[in-house]
Ligand binder design. Structure first.
Ligand code: 5GP
Ligand code: ZN
Length: 144
Protein backbone atom coordinates (compact mmCIF):
# COMPACT_ATOMS: atom_id res chain seq x y z
CA UNK A 1 0.00 0.00 0.00
CA UNK A 2 1.20 3.51 -0.74
CA UNK A 3 0.62 6.05 2.00
CA UNK A 4 -0.41 8.99 -0.21
CA UNK A 5 -2.26 7.04 -2.93
CA UNK A 6 -5.96 7.86 -3.20
CA UNK A 7 -6.85 4.40 -4.53
CA UNK A 8 -4.93 2.66 -1.74
CA UNK A 9 -6.94 4.83 0.65
CA UNK A 10 -10.14 3.56 -1.01
CA UNK A 11 -8.94 -0.08 -0.76
CA UNK A 12 -8.25 0.43 2.94
CA UNK A 13 -11.56 2.24 3.52
CA UNK A 14 -9.77 5.41 4.62
CA UNK A 15 -11.80 7.36 2.06
CA UNK A 16 -15.29 6.37 0.94
CA UNK A 17 -16.28 5.12 -2.50
CA UNK A 18 -19.33 3.72 -4.24
CA UNK A 19 -18.03 0.17 -4.46
CA UNK A 20 -19.62 -2.17 -7.03
CA UNK A 21 -17.39 -5.28 -6.81
CA UNK A 22 -14.74 -6.76 -4.55
CA UNK A 23 -12.75 -9.96 -4.39
CA UNK A 24 -9.46 -10.99 -2.81
CA UNK A 25 -7.27 -9.06 -5.24
CA UNK A 26 -9.56 -6.62 -7.03
CA UNK A 27 -11.91 -3.75 -6.29
CA UNK A 28 -14.29 -1.80 -8.54
CA UNK A 29 -16.01 1.47 -7.70
CA UNK A 30 -17.64 4.42 -9.45
CA UNK A 31 -15.39 7.16 -10.80
CA UNK A 32 -15.91 10.37 -8.82
CA UNK A 33 -16.02 12.43 -12.04
CA UNK A 34 -17.90 10.11 -14.36
CA UNK A 35 -17.58 10.53 -18.13
CA UNK A 36 -20.88 8.66 -18.42
CA UNK A 37 -23.48 7.17 -16.10
CA UNK A 38 -21.93 4.08 -14.49
CA UNK A 39 -18.29 5.03 -15.25
CA UNK A 40 -16.43 2.48 -13.14
CA UNK A 41 -12.79 1.97 -12.16
CA UNK A 42 -11.49 -1.57 -11.71
CA UNK A 43 -8.25 -1.74 -9.72
CA UNK A 44 -5.85 -4.26 -8.22
CA UNK A 45 -5.84 -3.93 -4.43
CA UNK A 46 -2.04 -3.98 -4.48
CA UNK A 47 -0.36 -0.65 -5.22
CA UNK A 48 1.23 -0.90 -8.66
CA UNK A 49 1.60 2.15 -10.83
CA UNK A 50 1.73 0.66 -14.32
CA UNK A 51 0.40 -2.37 -16.16
CA UNK A 52 3.90 -3.66 -16.94
CA UNK A 53 4.65 -3.84 -13.21
CA UNK A 54 1.56 -5.87 -12.28
CA UNK A 55 2.31 -9.34 -10.92
CA UNK A 56 0.82 -11.94 -13.26
CA UNK A 57 -1.65 -13.18 -10.66
CA UNK A 58 -2.98 -9.66 -10.05
CA UNK A 59 -3.29 -9.09 -13.78
CA UNK A 60 -5.25 -12.31 -14.14
CA UNK A 61 -7.62 -11.36 -11.32
CA UNK A 62 -8.05 -7.84 -12.66
CA UNK A 63 -9.09 -9.00 -16.10
CA UNK A 64 -11.28 -11.78 -14.69
CA UNK A 65 -13.10 -9.19 -12.57
CA UNK A 66 -13.48 -6.90 -15.56
CA UNK A 67 -14.95 -9.73 -17.60
CA UNK A 68 -17.37 -10.57 -14.79
CA UNK A 69 -18.73 -7.08 -14.19
CA UNK A 70 -18.65 -5.22 -17.51
CA UNK A 71 -21.97 -6.60 -18.76
CA UNK A 72 -23.62 -5.92 -15.42
CA UNK A 73 -22.42 -2.31 -15.44
CA UNK A 74 -23.85 -1.84 -18.93
CA UNK A 75 -27.18 -3.40 -17.94
CA UNK A 76 -27.44 -1.27 -14.80
CA UNK A 77 -27.31 1.96 -16.79
CA UNK A 78 -29.04 0.67 -19.92
CA UNK A 79 -25.98 1.07 -22.14
CA UNK A 80 -25.43 -1.36 -25.03
CA UNK A 81 -21.63 -0.98 -25.06
CA UNK A 82 -18.65 0.37 -23.20
CA UNK A 83 -15.22 1.76 -23.84
CA UNK A 84 -12.60 0.03 -21.71
CA UNK A 85 -9.23 1.67 -21.31
CA UNK A 86 -6.15 2.26 -19.20
CA UNK A 87 -4.10 5.43 -19.04
CA UNK A 88 -0.69 3.83 -18.55
CA UNK A 89 1.89 6.41 -17.47
CA UNK A 90 1.80 10.15 -16.92
CA UNK A 91 2.22 11.09 -20.61
CA UNK A 92 -0.90 9.09 -21.47
CA UNK A 93 -2.96 11.14 -19.03
CA UNK A 94 -2.66 8.89 -15.99
CA UNK A 95 -3.27 11.05 -12.94
CA UNK A 96 -3.58 8.40 -10.27
CA UNK A 97 -0.42 6.24 -10.29
CA UNK A 98 -2.24 3.08 -9.23
CA UNK A 99 -3.33 0.83 -12.12
CA UNK A 100 -7.00 1.25 -12.96
CA UNK A 101 -9.20 0.15 -15.83
CA UNK A 102 -11.82 2.69 -16.87
CA UNK A 103 -15.14 1.16 -17.91
CA UNK A 104 -17.16 3.88 -19.59
CA UNK A 105 -20.66 2.85 -20.67
CA UNK A 106 -21.42 4.01 -24.21
CA UNK A 107 -24.57 4.83 -26.09
CA UNK A 108 -25.26 5.56 -29.71
CA UNK A 109 -24.97 9.28 -30.27
CA UNK A 110 -23.16 10.03 -27.00
CA UNK A 111 -20.65 12.06 -29.04
CA UNK A 112 -17.70 10.21 -27.49
CA UNK A 113 -14.73 9.04 -29.51
CA UNK A 114 -12.86 5.82 -30.09
CA UNK A 115 -9.74 4.61 -28.31
CA UNK A 116 -7.62 5.08 -31.44
CA UNK A 117 -8.48 8.78 -31.27
CA UNK A 118 -6.35 9.37 -28.16
CA UNK A 119 -3.21 10.01 -30.24
CA UNK A 120 -3.41 12.57 -32.97
CA UNK A 121 -0.19 11.70 -34.71
CA UNK A 122 -1.27 9.01 -37.16
CA UNK A 123 1.59 7.15 -38.81
CA UNK A 124 1.57 6.02 -42.40
CA UNK A 125 4.28 3.44 -42.72
CA UNK A 126 5.25 1.16 -45.57
CA UNK A 127 5.69 -2.57 -45.14
CA UNK A 128 9.44 -2.35 -44.56
CA UNK A 129 9.00 0.16 -41.73
CA UNK A 130 6.19 -1.90 -40.22
CA UNK A 131 8.37 -5.04 -40.34
CA UNK A 132 11.26 -3.19 -38.67
CA UNK A 133 9.09 -1.98 -35.81
CA UNK A 134 7.48 -5.40 -35.31
CA UNK A 135 10.98 -6.88 -35.18
CA UNK A 136 12.18 -4.29 -32.63
CA UNK A 137 9.24 -5.21 -30.40
CA UNK A 138 9.67 -8.99 -30.86
CA UNK A 139 13.37 -8.80 -29.97
CA UNK A 140 12.59 -6.96 -26.74
CA UNK A 141 9.85 -9.39 -25.77
CA UNK A 142 12.26 -12.28 -26.39
CA UNK A 143 14.75 -10.69 -23.98
CA UNK A 144 12.40 -10.80 -20.95
P1 5GP B 1 -6.55 8.64 -14.77
O1 5GP B 1 -6.42 9.91 -15.56
O2 5GP B 1 -5.47 8.48 -13.74
O3 5GP B 1 -6.68 7.43 -15.68
O4 5GP B 1 -7.94 8.74 -14.05
C1 5GP B 1 -8.10 8.77 -12.67
C2 5GP B 1 -9.58 8.76 -12.41
O5 5GP B 1 -9.78 8.62 -11.02
C3 5GP B 1 -10.30 10.04 -12.84
O6 5GP B 1 -11.32 9.70 -13.78
C4 5GP B 1 -10.86 10.59 -11.54
O7 5GP B 1 -12.16 11.13 -11.69
C5 5GP B 1 -10.88 9.38 -10.63
N1 5GP B 1 -10.67 9.71 -9.23
C6 5GP B 1 -9.69 10.51 -8.72
N2 5GP B 1 -9.79 10.59 -7.38
C7 5GP B 1 -10.86 9.81 -7.04
C8 5GP B 1 -11.47 9.49 -5.79
O8 5GP B 1 -11.08 9.94 -4.71
N3 5GP B 1 -12.56 8.66 -5.82
C9 5GP B 1 -13.02 8.14 -6.99
N4 5GP B 1 -14.09 7.33 -6.91
N5 5GP B 1 -12.48 8.42 -8.18
C10 5GP B 1 -11.41 9.25 -8.21
ZN1 ZN C 1 -2.18 2.84 -4.55
Amino acid sequence: MAENCVFCAIVEGRIPSHMVYEDEKTLAFLDIHPSALGHTLVIPKAHVARVEDLPEEDARSLFAALRKIVGRIQEAVGAPASTIGINNGRESGQEVPHVHIHVIPRNRGDSGGIIQGVSRSPQRLNDVEMARIANEIRERIKAV
